[in-house]
Write a protein that binds this ligand. Structure first.
Ligand code: CA
Length: 713
């Protein structure tokens, strides 16, 4: 199972995405779209400007960007709901998201009584924040075939607002401005080349009239970059690439020339990676935008860069001038990353006293298990300590700022399948951490993961699957003597971390990994949803759990808090999503996708939990494969299918369980779907350009074999 938790595999046999259409109103919501009648361009909803965003602390009742403030602390100054009265917390309203069942990852934002939230496949809803009544919804109608370019889920992580507009980045690369009054599209720009392997799941950030957006694709075929667009017109203002292109084409700037000195080989052919797929932070005084970059394409450095260099700016934190996009500094957290240790986790800006000195810091809990405190003026590390068990590095050399690698870390050189902690799922992934200025603690949705790294000696670049350079078949890790090693149990925790002393203050264990992001409040509260399907509240100072309620689904999104008419609310999107639930499959309960909103004395009730769909008995066709074709099918399945249909081809609450597919017994139907794209609209890609009929039959042989193996279980 640890491998299942740890791996980020490729695309995709997403069969029919049932339930993807037909918006159904929730308990207190309805389909009546009701844009306010008296709105004008200067006084309508979402009238957010630079002054309001910069002074967000002056409006504790609003949550105007995904991190609430530009510092991204995700701390609410509201304290009507607090550790003394939280027992009176009840459901104020809930809103059913019925046009997507793949989980929810976005933090809702609330401006002047209106909630804006994005869902999977980049859809957007506007809800009355007091009642949950739907005001409007927007569907960008993402082409289902684009799911082929997404390694790890296709759920959008949030919107931005500015001067009456709502901005969303779509999976297929559009940045769209919507009219906040009615959800109508005002402008749309295509932000990437659709012949490459890009996608967008991250939230934009608006800074002084510029919409900043990145993209994903570091497992596919992508050269990372960040772009600023004019919020009014959609015109491009600046673009900053995170890795150099082909030197023969010349460099865009001196920074790219510098970065190119850290690469050898022909990295540009697959883009190099270092994509910017998650959040941005901004310091208005320094006028700097901060973000992290992903791993390089491909993961295995021996394949990516024959000489084994650092590969700037892979797995790095970068600071750019907000007006010009000009490079200011970088700090590479994982030089020459070969473990998928993306630096894309949210980064929090805070002012702390360290060694008696006031410091402007950037706080970052990396996938790789280390907590970084950086000077955000210069990018220099102040302290770096592990917050989870780490076996790939002994620590960091603070003179050079580089990790001190263990021997095992260099799995390519070791030449044996090598178990390392954490794995690509990370000790902390994209789920958003929070900082409370009241306790001085960072609250991390941490997890314990591992992965077996084994170089793929026969690596061939692919278009329709991840390019990892890693053997993606199940591999048994071994010690130096060749004896099998047992992977540790995966799990999760809510970790309260002191960034000054770099020590844990308290730690609440969860039974599963892949839990939700964090909200901290001035009411001494820490709010987190869990993979097991609860919303839980802890005392911020000592970690005592003081409230919990069933969410009827796993939660990965971060909660937020706001106020309307003098009442404080706590909101969270529920629905377990991302690659872990899909890979795990059998552990996934029915996903009921909703926005849940709580207040003191709330009396709303959720309807009973829906039953899991009854598929009837598993009745697969007789075996069709030979041991050879089944083995070949397993390898192809893991390369092309597992990220959507699960590591073991079992399960399927989020995406179809292939063991039940009617196409298993009908070769023509199988080819129609897998080769020709009969279910493209639902998100199941066509693999005919990359996989032969023999390949596709081998996959079918493997799935039939799995169905027969598991039919009596
Ligand atoms: Ca990655």
């Amino acid at each position: 199972m640890s491998r299942a938790y740890g791996i980020i595999l490729p695309a995709v046999l997403v069969l029919a995405l049932a339930g993807c259409s037909g918006e159904k109103g929730g308990q207190q919501s309805s389909d009546q779209s009701s844009a306010p009648a008296d709105q004008t361009a200067t006084s309508g909803p979402a009238m957010v400007d630079a002054a309001r965003l910069t002074n967000a602390d002056a409006e504790p009742g609003n949550w105007m960007s995904t991190g609430r403030t530009y510092s991204g602390q995700r701390f609410s100054p509201l304290k009507q709901i607090n550790a003394d009265n939280v027992g009176k917390l009840g459901l104020a309203w809930h809103y059913d998201i019925t046009d997507g069942k793949h989980g929810q990852e976005a933090t809702p934002i609330v401006v002047d009584g209106v909630m804006y939230v994005s869902t999977d496949l980049s859809r957007v809803k506007a809800l009355d924040a007091k009642t949950g009544k739907k005001l409007w919804s927007f569907d960008p109608e993402v082409d289902g075939a684009w799911l082929l370019h997404v390694c790890c889920g296709f759920i959008n992580r949030g919107v931005a607002v500015w001067e009456g507009k709502v901005y969303v980045g779509t999976l297929d690369g559009r940045l769209i401005a919507l009219d906040a009054r009615n959800g109508k599209q005002i402008w749309s720009v295509q932000t990437f080349d659709k012949s490459r392997g890009y996608a967008i799941t991250g939230a934009p950030l608006v800074v002084k009239g510029k919409v900043i957006i990145g993209n994903a694709g570091g497992e596919y075929d992508a050269r990372g970059y960040v772009t600023a667009y004019d919020a009014e017109t959609g015109n491009q203002i600046w673009r900053f690439y995170t890795v150099p292109g082909n030197p023969a084409d010349g460099f865009e700037n001196k920074t790219m020339e510098m970065a190119a000195k850290t690469w050898t080989g022909e990295w540009w052919k697959q883009g190099g990676g270092a994509t910017v797929w998650n959040e941005f932070s901004y310091d208005p005084e320094l006028n700097l935008i901060y973000f992290g970059t992903s791993n390089g394409v491909v993961w295995a450095r021996a394949v990516r860069d024959p000489e084994g260099n650092d590969n700037l700016f892979v797995s790095s934190v970068l600071a750019l001038d907000a007006d010009t996009g000009e490079y200011k500094w970088h700090y590479q957290e994982v030089p020459g990353d070969q473990w998928d240790y993306d630096s894309c986790q949210n980064m929090i800006l805070a002012d702390l006293t360290i060694d008696g000195q006031p410091r402007k810091v950037l706080l970052h809990a990396q996938k790789n298990g280390f907590f970084f405190v950086l000077d955000r003026v210069t990018g220099k590390p102040i302290s770096i300590k592990p917050f989870e068990k780490v076996t790939w590095a002994k620590g960091y050399d603070m003179t050079t700022g580089r990790p001190i690698l263990t021997e095992a870390a260099l799995y390519g050189k070791r030449g044996k399948p090598t178990l390392l902690q954490p794995g690509p799922a990370g000790a902390h992934n994209w789920q958003l951490m929070s900082f409370s200025p009241e306790t001085g603690l960072v609250y991390i949705p941490a997890q314990q993961t591992s992965f077996t790294y084994s170089s793929d000696k026969g690596f061939v670049p692919k278009k329709l699957a991840s390019n990892l350079g890693i053997d993606q078949s199940p591999v048994t890790p071994v010690d130096d003597d060749g004896k099998p090693v047992t992977a540790p149990e995966a799990g999760g925790s809510l970790l309260a971390w002191n960034p000054v002393t770099q020590k844990a203050v308290w730690n609440a264990k969860h039974s599963l990994s892949n839990n939700g992001g964090i909200l901290s409040t001035a009411g001494n509260l820490i709010v987190q949803g869990t993979a097991e399907g609860n919303v839980e509240i802890f005392r911020a100072d000592n970690g005592e759990m003081i409230w919990s309620t069933p969410a009827q689904s796993g939660v990965v999104a971060a909660p937020m808090s706001y106020e309307v008419d003098g009442e404080q609310y706590i909101a969270v999107s529920v629905g377990w999503g991302g690659f872990t639930p899909i890979l795990m499959h059998s552990g996934v309960p029915v996903n009921v996708n909703r926005v849940l909103v709580f207040k003191l004395g709330g009396t709303d009730k959720l309807p009973p939990m829906p039953a899991a769909p009854d598929r009837g008995p598993l009745n697969p066709p007789a075996e069709t494969g030979t041991p050879q074709t089944i083995a070949a099918g397993l390898h192809l399945y893991h390369t092309y299918c597992a990220t959507c249909h699960g590591m073991t081809a079992v399960g399927g609450q989020i995406n179809p369980d292939l063991r039940y597919s009617a196409a298993l017994g009908d070769k023509d139907l199988w080819f129609g779907i897998t080769s020709d794209g009969a279910l493209n609209a639902g998100g199941m890609g066509a693999f005919g350009t990359e996989l032969s009929h023999d390949d596709l039959l081998a996959i079918r042989d493997y799935v039939i074999a799995r169905a027969n193996e598991t039919k009596d279980q």
